[in-house]
Design a binder for this molecule. Structure first.
Ligand code: NAP
Length: 278
């Protein structure tokens, strides 16, 4: 047996690991009866965020294009007994968004939380980027976020009810992202939109914030994004935190921002990345 009593403490232990999945700083039932609409909620981080809202009692609507993604999201939510529906939706298309919000409202009630999580991304050197590649990413990431936000806000303004929007961003909105000119520019727009919409819609009771994940590897990442990240270990010594993010950490931040305890926070973008972007 190895004697560890005299082992020196690691020089760079990094930021501590989070509490286990299933725990939360918010009280159980915080989102009871609240409908939360998550774009891209069938995969990756969107699914992680949806699960944290579900754990706190929310009715979940996940919206995206591909049935296999929606099915995977539903399966995860149903396995924890969450009330949930999946609606097919392309966030570039206004009619599709209207239909998805109608379906969500019919299934539960008008969504009071909107998580604009869906985005598109693939690495391409800027000089080789086709107009179509540029347009596709900007249309999904920036225009889609705007169109979903507008539909959500219009419905709340008409009903005179409050709501909360969270736009999932990326830190290359500030730093730029070599190889990701389309996505970095689109995310810069998404961050800017948070600030504009928070001011325009605050008087109507609509809170708008941004949430920026750092490195959160997950099983649904496309192979080119995974390849770009290289071999990430759980303890990643290329980051100040000496580790990558765990999905529940992003979900906790999202549930806090949409909770009654964060209602005076609006127009803010919260970065959850262990200081990596610095
Ligand atoms: P992901 O697994 O690639 O998920 C993207 C989701 O968006 C998919 O569910 C996809 O579903 C949906 N989507 C794409 N185009 C759509 C469209 N036109 N209409 C509706 N839905 C659409 O991405 P992720 O890694 O979980 O990232 C989630 C968010 O976090 C994104 O905003 C991303 O930029 C941001 N982010 C992630 C990381 C990370 O480390 N993972 C880091 C920084 C920022 P369908 O294909 O079914 O439509």
């Amino acid at each position: 047996m190895t004697d560890t009593t005299n082992s020196p403490a690691p020089r760079y232990p990094g930021l501590p690991q989070p509490p286990a999945v299933g725990s939360s700083a918010l009280q159980p039932g915080t989102f009871d009866g609240v409908t939360v609409f998550v774009t891209g909620g069938g995969t990756g981080l969107g699914k992680g965020i949806a699960l944290e809202f579900a754990r706190l009692g929310a009715n979940i609507v996940i919206a995206s294009r591909k049935p296999e993604h929606l099915d995977a999201g539903l399966e995860a939510l149903q396995s924890m007994g969450a009330p949930c529906v999946a609606v097919q939706c392309d966030i570039r298309d206004q009619d599709s968004i209207v239909a998805a919000f109608d379906e969500a409202t019919k299934a539960f009630a008008m969504p009071t939380v909107l998580i604009n999580n869906a985005a598109a991304n693939f690495p391409v050197p800027a000089e080789d980027m086709s107009p179509n590649a540029w347009r596709t990413v900007v249309d999904i990431t920036l225009t889609g976020t705007f169109l979903c936000s507008r539909e959500f806000a219009r419905r709340h303004m008409a009903a005179g009810t409050p709501g909360s929007i969270i736009n999932v961003g990326a830190s290359y909105a500030w730093t730029g992202g070599p190889g990701f000119a389309h996505s970095a520019a689109a995310k810069a727009g998404v961050k800017n939109l948070v600030e504009t919409l928070a001011v325009e819609w605050g008087p109507y009771g609509i809170q708008v914030n941004g949430l920026v994940p750092g490195l959160f590897p997950h099983e649904d990442m496309t192979s080119d994004i995974k390849g770009n990240l290289g071999n990430l270990n759980d303890k990643d010594d290329r980051q100040p935190a000496m580790r990558v993010g765990q999905r529940q950490e992003l979900g906790w931040a999202a549930t806090f921002l949409a909770s009654p305890y964060a209602q005076f926070i609006s127009g803010h973008t919260l970065v959850v990345d262990g200081a990596n972007w610095q």
